[in-house]
Each structure stands twice: as structure tokens, then as C-alpha cells.
Design a protein around this ligand. Sequence first.
Ligand code: F6P
Length: 345
Amino acid sequence: GIMYVTFGTFKLRLRKGVSEYGKCSETHRRADQRRRRPGMNAAIRAVVRTAMKNSIECVGIRRGWAGLIAGDICPMNSGSVSRIINRGGTVLYTARSDEFRTPEGQKKAANTCKLLGLDGIVAIGGDGTFRGAQDLSRFGVSVVGVPGTIDNDIVCTDYTIGFDTAANTAVECIDRLRDTMQSHERCSVVEVMGRHAGYLALYVGVAVGATAVLVPEHQYDFEKHVAEKIRAARLGGKTNFMIVVAEGAASAMDVGKEIKEHLGLDPRVTILGHIQRGGSPTAKDRVLATRMGYEAVRVLAEGMTNRVICVRDDQIVNVDIDEGLAMKKTLNAEEFEVMTVMTGV
Ligand code: F6P
């Protein structure tokens, strides 16, 4: 995801590296709520609660980098993150910021940090968020990134927060579609999110037993990727077909038209769209977000900066943002091979 940022910031009150478990029982009004990327609230909660336990004062920055430029902050404490672990979206809102892409905007944001005396920022988001974090750290601000995007396209981590929930939502929707497609013996073309990355489409395609899966990493070829698969499935006795298309691979509407024109079927097209970005996060996303939020505070409190929190082989680790973003992420070859074998049957 590009330029969506949502993050909590915090002010270190103790010497770096010192942790002292303090109590915070004060309750606070709950912040406003908007739905985006399931699991972000769990990460915000973990950041705030870990900071409080270490007597680190926290403020939330609303509306991402745009909010940092504008000084759009809200106090955060244990009470303000109560009862949000199960909620989709982010209580801190999120926004794109063209201004933050400019050095002037970054300077303004750095000035906000100075004015407020912020010692570190936890930035939760995708690729655009991390590029912003890199820019800001050049102005001397300590930043740690927590990966949150349903696209799962952050190179250095096995999983990003929100992916599991989005995948399960898409699977549930497609299972419903399948019921009616089976009854009517029809072909369904379903578009899932992923403008630049096919992880979600591939994962969901395997989970629903798709007839074909289209990903942006591979140049779309109707005959090879769709027609041959549908033909093989039909020859094998199938009379209903489920085509999963990542939004960046091809337009589902166009794929539907081609199927009608070249194969004489009468497909139905469904675009799942932003439904995939909402809803109560799965247990996996909640736990991942909580572990990552905890680690982000620990890393900043130890005086590190310009790091991304990652999960690798189920271990939470941190890597340099520059190195992490420079790595090239490719689709899981084994998963792709499995999908290839399972489709068209
Ligand atoms: O959250 C990431 C993502 O789903 C991308 O796959 C997609 O390109 C983008 O969001 C679309 O976001 P929006 O419609 O809000 O511009």
C-alpha cells in the first residue's frame, strides 16, 4: 500500500534502555474509529501498553504523516486503547500525504517532533509509510516501522498485519459465490486486492480451490492462464469455474468479457474491493500485531532507529529499513507451483 500511514508516537521519559514496569490505571475516552487494515488497532494498543509499562509517555498521531506535519496529536494511555484489539480500522485514522513526499513537508514533520519533544515514532503501515520513515530519519528523528498491509508485500517480513484477516474474508466471500456458481453451473471471476502484489490472490486462490489465479507478477495471457485452465477443468468434468484475479494482474471485467467471447460461457464478475480491508482481525493478525507493537517499543527504547519489525520463521526480529526495502520479494515459488498443479482441474 502506498502512502497510507497510521501510527502512534511516543516520548521517551526514561534513560534509553532502562525499563521500569509502572502502573497506569487512568481511563480515557475512546478515540474515534475508522475501519482500515484489520489488526492495526491491536498494534497501536500493544505500542501504548508496552510504553506505559516502561513509563514511556505516548501520544497518538492522527492521519499519518499528514497529521505529523499538522501536529494532529491525541493523548494515549492504557484506557484509550481499551476494547480496540478486536476492532478493524484504526482509531488514529489514516491519510495520504503528498506534502510529506517533499523535503519541505518532511522538515515540517521533523519540526513537529522537536516541538513536541518526541523521542521516537512507531510508524504502522506499508511501503509508502516506510519510505516516509526513511525520509524522516534523515532529519534525525528515530523511527521504527511496523508492517501493516493486506498486500503482504513488505519485502523483509514473512507476514504483514491485516493479510490473514483479508485472506479469510476473501475466502469466506468466494465460498459463498461458489455455492451459487455450482448450483447454476456458471463461471465466476472474482477480483481481490493487490495492485502490485499477488500474494493475497495466490493464497486465496489455493484456499478456495480456484480454477485459475492471475497475479500481477506474471504478464497476463488469456489463453495460457485462463482458457487452458477452464478447458482442462471442463474436460475433467467440471461445470463451474472460479477465476481469482488480483486487481493489478488484469481487470476482472475484461477477463469476464474474454471468457464470454472466446469460450462462450456467461460468467459473473464480482469485485470484492475494500470489504477485504475491514472487519474484526483474526487471532493470527491480533497476535502478530501485538508481538510487533511490543518489539517496536523495545527497539526504540534500546536506542535503535530506522528499523522495521519483521516476522521470520515465527520469530520477531528487526532489520534495517534501507536493507529491508532494498530486498526484492518474489512470490513463494512453492506456493505458486502448488497453485499451478491444483488449478485447471
Ligand atoms: O491496502 C493495499 C491496497 O489494497 C492495494 O492492493 C490497493 O492497490 C490499494 O490498497 C487501494 O487502495 P485505495 O482504494 O484506498 O486507493
